[in-house]
Design a protein around this ligand. Structure first.
Ligand code: G3P
Ligand code: MG
Length: 243
């Protein structure tokens, strides 16, 4: 296995610039990023759709749970009045050109097998992430070669942030056979976090970067990638390339 190749990862397809998690966002972000991050969940008729929220209300004219909605209805909705539809996972992966990897974040359990099957039939370089250890365990059972990353929110590291607690989070990702850990910004910038993760063989891709100050803070901390809402988060300096 290899580490995710991305240094700049467009969060929800650069949601700060384009209608989030749409094919248009992926296509428009792709020339500027190393990878795009997208969110996946299942609708009522079983299809895997690229959509962040559990409910339709924030992003569409629809209401209620995505999991209660049929694909025939979801496909009629557009995201943030952009005219861009909610994509199926397969269509989102097809929108990523060669050279642009896709970080598929799985939002719920019971999706791993189908997500893996879609990824296998797509001509895309995919790695999976999830906040849910069970999802990562399922993916590993199904595919010994899948590239996996554990998402960790700052609040998941309960109590203070001692070296022991940071180590515990990293140990959790190692136990899940991950190639990377995706920590929230404040966790990633905890002194010693990146070094400890790298020492354990994990890449570190931190989220969610919305401004230059956070991007620079993370690069100073030595992260392997930033998951950012804008591809121009570093201004004219463009990509935070490691090369
Ligand atoms: O994958 C990083 C980030 O997307 C996790 O949070 O809520 O934006 O999916 P969220
Ligand atoms: Mg996400």
């Amino acid at each position: 296995m290899t580490r995710p190749p991305a240094a700049l990862i467009g969060h929800r397809g650069c949601a700060g610039q384009y209608p989030e998690n749409t094919v248009a966002a992926i296509e428009r972000a792709a020339p500027h990023v190393d990878a795009v991050e997208i969110d996946v969940r299942r609708c009522a008729t079983g299809e895997l759709v690229v959509f962040h929220d559990a409910e339709l209300d924030r992003l569409t004219a629809g209401t209620g749970l995505v999991s209660d909605a049929a694909w025939s209805d979801l496909r009629e909705l557009t995201v943030l009045d952009s005219g861009e539809p909610i994509p199926l996972l397969a269509d989102a992966l097809a929108a990523a050109p060669a050279g642009t990897a896709v970080n598929v974040e799985i939002k719920e359990s019971g999706v791993a097998a189908d997500a893996l099957a879609v990824a296998r039939s797509a001509d895309a370089e995919v790695w999976f992430s999830s906040f849910r250890p069970g999802v990562l365990e399922s993916l590993r059972e199904l595919d010994p070669d899948a590239d996996l990353a554990l998402l960790v929110a700052d609040a998941d590291v309960d109590g203070g942030r001692t070296v022991e607690r940071v180590k515990r989070v990293i140990d959790r990702a190692v136990a899940l056979d991950c190639v990377a850990i995706h920590p929230e910004i404040d966790l990633a910038t905890e002194p010693g976090f990146v070094a400890a993760a790298n020492e354990a063989g994990l890449g570190v891709n931190a989220w969610t970067v919305t401004d230059r100050a956070d991007a620079e803070r993370l690069l100073d901390a030595g992260v392997d990638g930033i998951i950012a809402d804008r591809w121009d988060v570093l201004g004219d300096a463009a990509r935070p390339s490691r090369s």
